[in-house]
Design a binder for this molecule. Structure first.
Ligand code: HEM
Ligand SMILES: N[C@@H](CC(=O)c1ccccc1NC=O)C(=O)O
Length: 282
């Protein structure tokens, strides 16, 4: 039991931090914590929540991109054990991202509508990091580059990812190197296009899923991709439900129809054959 319910500070604890690396200095907290600038003059209470939820999401997305780019390098080098560890981290980041919706959902329409008008045409649709994530996972769409014409550096980053193979493309190329009979059309193609469901891939996955023990690294990677797709869909779904309860069926500030447009994204799929193969088993 602590005497007087107080923990004594130990002698070794650093107290003289003048001109030394500190917590706040290392983490640039001056920059980070002064980056919450409400657009509303009236200082509406809930705008702080709105800004911080976005900023935290962007930070997690930054880490997810960093990890996915490492994942792609590892996959190209056939280092699948290391790759799986990286993807386990990405999955945890995705949990943080979709669990966060509960915080924003505490904002009511009354609270949001007080400052919504002042957001102008700004919208999450213009999130570069979100689009990088979608492209890395394979939901390619060249028209999205237009949205970043105002930001040439961002647009160039997005174009580079658009033109490179996605995580699924690299997975299929790795499977081919492991001796699986992946059709040539999946190994060399125009990477700027999204992957389209291809029945010819089903036998490849059937072979893996019918005998997991013989193909354990392949099986483990496939199941990890399925987890990641589900996590991504959970983010999309919870965003859509949050939007529905806060603005109903209004148009979005970004110019789309709003909830209807977000619902359409739920029909998109990154790794269709990995879900299709399930119906082939047994
Ligand atoms: C009150 C909260 C929110 C509302 C009402 C809302 C509303 C919308 C709407 C209506 C769209 C469709 C595009 C448009 O016309 O604007 C959209 C897209 C988007 N929002 Fe939000 N949003 C909210 C919070 C967030 C948060 C916290 C994030 C996190 C970064 C986010 C990220 C995105 C992304 C990435 C898109 C593009 C989705 C896609 O392309 O399918 N939104 N949002
Ligand atoms: N599209 C939202 C506005 C919005 O949520 C937003 C505005 C500025 C920056 C990020 C946003 N987040 C997601 O779309 C709306 O239509 O109300």
């Amino acid at each position: 039991m602590a005497e007087h319910n107080r923990r004594d500070l130990e002698d070794g604890i650093e107290r003289d931090l003048e001109r030394r690396l500190t917590y706040a200095g290392y983490l640039r907290l001056d920059t980070l914590l002064s980056a919450q600038a409400p657009v509303s003059q009236e200082a509406y209470h809930d705008e702080m929540l709105f800004i911080i939820q976005h900023q935290v999401s962007e930070l997690w997305m930054k880490l997810a991109i960093h990890e996915l780019q490492a994942a792609l390098r590892l996959l190209r080098e056939d280092k699948v054990g290391q790759l799986l560890k990286v993807l386990a981290r990405v999955k945890q980041i995705q949990h943080q991202l979709y669990e966060q919706w509960g915080v924003l959902e505490t904002m009511t329409p009354y609270e949001y509508l007080k400052f919504r008008d002042q957001l102008g045409p700004a919208s999450g649709f213009q999130s570069l990091q979100y689009r990088l994530l979608e492209f890395l996972l394979g939901n390619k769409h060249a028209d999205m580059l237009d949205v970043f014409a105002h930001d040439p550096d961002g647009q160039a980053r997005l174009r580079a990812v658009l033109e490179a193979p996605s995580l699924y493309d690299e997975t299929l190329r790795w499977l081919a190197r492991k001796g699986h009979d992946v059709p040539q059309a999946s190994l060399e193609r125009d990477w700027t296009q999204p992957h389209e469901r291809d029945e010819a891939l089903l036998p490849v996955f059937e072979r893996i899923y019918r005998d997991p023990e013989q193909h354990w690294p392949e099986y483990h990677l496939c199941e990890t991709l399925v987890d990641m797709e589900e996590n991504f869909q959970l983010w999309r779904f919870r965003h859509m439900k949050t939007v529905e309860r806060i603005i109903g069926h209004r148009r979005g500030t970004g110019g789309s129809s709003g909830v209807g447009f977000l619902k359409k994204a739920l029909d998109l799929t990154f790794f269709p054959e990995l879900l299709d193969v399930r119906a082939q088993l047994g």
